[in-house]
Ligand binder design. Structure first.
Ligand SMILES: O=C1C[C@@](O)(C(=O)O)C[C@@H](O)[C@@H]1O
Length: 146
């Protein structure tokens, strides 16, 4: 079975109570369950994880390369400045795997510092601004390519 790592960066473990006017009220655990369900509809196994730690996220990208896993990544604030994560994402797409960068909100419609993504240039595609549906559409994209 094709496996997809759904990796989430800092503060996303607080979804549900974190700035609900921006990020909605769906909790991280609910998003994880939805991703597993949406993945299974495409015959994908979705492994959903969250970390606040840059090194851990980088190591997860390395493991995705080694294990041949596609990636859905919400890099959260790391999106805007984390070059080591960008380089790790480049390894994923360089290995021929799909990496979808996703965001719940549309960073381009928010503060200036969010307008830059250091990840997008090495991602297969980007989906932003659709709330929890951003995860669903990224899994749909991987399902149609896998
Ligand atoms: O933590 C986040 C969440 C986010 O990635 C999103 O999903 O909309 C957008 C980022 O700018 C922010 O730092």
């Amino acid at each position: 079975m094709t496996t997809v790592l759904v990796a989430n960066g800092p503060n996303l473990g607080r979804l549900g109570s974190r700035e609900p006017e921006k990020y909605g009220t769906t909790t991280f655990d609910e998003i994880a369950a939805l991703c597993m369900q949406w993945g299974s509809e495409h015959g994908l196994e979705a492994v959903v994880r969250q970390t606040d730690d840059e090194a851990e996220l980088v190591h997860w990208m390395h493991r995705a390369v080694d294990d041949g896993w596609h990636v859905v990544l919400n890099p959260a604030a790391f999106t805007h400045y984390e070059y080591a994560l960008r380089d790790a994402c480049a390894l994923v797409t360089g290995a021929g795997l799909t990496l979808m960068e996703i965001h719940l909100t549309n960073p381009h419609a928010r503060e200036e510092f969010r307008h830059t993504s250091v990840i997008s240039g090495v991602a297969t595609g980007v989906i932003a601004g659709l709330g929890v549906d951003s995860y669903r559409l990224a899994l749909d994209a991987i399902g149609s390519r896998a």
